[in-house]
Design a binder for this molecule. Structure first.
Ligand SMILES: Cc1cc2nc3c(=O)[nH]c(=O)nc-3n(C[C@H](O)[C@H](O)[C@H](O)COP(=O)(O)OP(=O)(O)OC[C@H]3O[C@@H](n4cnc5c(N)ncnc54)[C@H](O)[C@@H]3O)c2cc1C
Length: 392
């Protein structure tokens, strides 16, 4: 892969709106991606391997639990810092950002928000340091966009619960130490359970042959009469709203992360367009290529402003789920469109691993589907503005 020459676009001087702390956090993540992610990521993606060597670095830049209080090992940062970290990581690779999102928003967040004090003390510091890695099991083979239909279930059998069922498409599953699993009790109510690797009847086979998020490990979580200790049930929230609360936090991070992928594609295409000579002049001098680049920076700038304002609302605890859906949907869509246009600007070179664009493009095909598909987020906006449910 070519050396990482990334220069972040900031067309509307968004940096002026950031605090010194935001910039320090962002720059530390940016430097780390340049130093430790860019040199190895293309190879990891080609081999379809999660690069475990980066776990320590992710912990160091605060990517595991950026907004979790320091007393539990988190970085104690605000929501804009969290977003900026996700942006920088996804600038490197969406698969690496996925690992961080799952650890922070889908594993640490529910333990912090819905867990007991004992659970927080036991799990959060180890997850923050990367000593333990987590996964989040909501999706099932027959229940994706409709997770409320899940069939994974647990029974109270006296001194423990007995868990049965299967989850599919689970990021980090093949190597996770703990899994936050959503399952129904005998009354059909959804609860979160913390399942640990090594529990009898619990297995995590890997899903192979992905053309997207190849540097992120994805797999199943299978439960066959797994004995889960009663103290592993998350006590403070149940019902579908509990996993959806985690998804809100992760989707917010994705809204920022997708900007990172878009910025990398734009920056690469802009540099290439200024250097590549055809018909005696740089291709960037042709109107058709300028149109692509001008539209890219316009969309990136709009996405940056959307994410920043959403971050302010999150900091004030005022962001609604529907506002988060809008930002996730818009920013992933613009990123995937920018990746496709940027790929064309590079001509044949655009399809190679010499440049990051094709990898971003393929990664974004997962990002537009997971954490609520593009369609589902549109339906959420539709429901919010009309009050009419078009899901069923
Ligand atoms: C790489 C990857 C990693 C993932 N990681 C995780 C993870 O860590 N944990 C986890 O729990 N899940 C994870 N997922 C699962 C992901 O969240 C689901 O794939 C997603 O929710 C969509 O579910 P589905 O694939 O079953 O598609 P389906 O729900 O079957 O949807 C198929 C199509 O139908 C459309 N559709 C569905 N319902 C409606 C409707 N009411 N109206 C109109 N259109 C509709 C959808 O928009 C989509 O286009 C991951 C997925 C991928 C690809």
């Amino acid at each position: 892969m070519k050396p990482d020459l990334f220069e972040a676009p900031d067309y509307y001087n968004l940096d002026d709106l950031l605090s010194e702390e935001h910039k320090l956090v962002r720059d530390a993540a940016r430097d780390w991606v340049k130093r430790d992610v860019s040199p190895i990521i293309e190879d990891a993606a080609q081999k379809a391997e999660f690069p475990k060597s980066i776990i320590g670095g992710l912990a160091e830049i605060g990517a595991f639990g950026p907004y979790i209080p320091e007393e539990y090992g988190g970085a104690g940062l605000d929501q804009i810092s969290y977003g900026l970290i996700m942006q920088e990581i996804e600038r490197g690779d969406s698969g690496v950002r996925s690992t961080a999102s799952v650890q922070s928003s889908l594993v640490m967040y529910p333990i912090w928000k819905y867990g007991s004090e004992e659970q927080r003390q036991k799990y959060l510091p180890k997850l923050a340091s990367g000593e333990w890695m987590g996964s989040f099991g909501l999706t099932e083979p027959d229940h994706g966009s409709n997770p409320g239909g899940m069939t994974t279930n647990f029974k109270d059998v006296g001194d423990h619960y007995l868990l049965n069922g299967a989850k599919l498409w689970i990021s980090n599953s093949p190597f996770c130490d703990v899994a936050v699993v959503w399952a129904k009790n005998e009354e059909g109510r959804i609860h979160g359970l913390i399942v640990e690797r090594g529990m009898e009847g619990f297995s995590t086979p890997e899903t192979h042959n992905k053309w997207s998020l190849r540097a992120s490990a994805t797999g199943e979580l299978i439960f066959q009469d797994v004995k889960v200790p009663k103290e592993n049930l998350l006590p403070n929230k149940s019902g579908l709203g509990a996993p959806l609360g985690c998804l809100d936090s992760a989707r917010y991070g994705i809204a920022w992360g997708a900007i990172g992928a878009a910025m990398d594609c734009y920056d690469t295409a802009l540099r290439y367009a200024k250097e590549r000579i055809q018909f005696g002049k740089p291709i960037g001098a042709f109107q058709l290529q300028q149109k692509k680049l001008a539209e890219m920076i316009t969309e990136i700038t709009k996405a940056q402003l959307l994410a920043f304002r959403l971050g302010q609302l999150k900091n004030e605890d005022k962001a609604t789920s529907a506002q988060i859906s809008m930002a996730k949907r818009n920013n992933v869509e613009i990123a995937i469109k920018i990746a496709r246009e940027a790929r064309q600007i590079l001509g044949g070179m655009g399809i190679t691993g010499e440049y990051s664009i094709m990898r971003h493009m393929m990664n974004l095909e997962s990002v537009i589907t997971y954490e609520g598909t593009h369609d589902i987020h549109l339906l959420i906006t539709g429901l919010d503005i009309t009050g009419l449910n078009a899901f069923k």
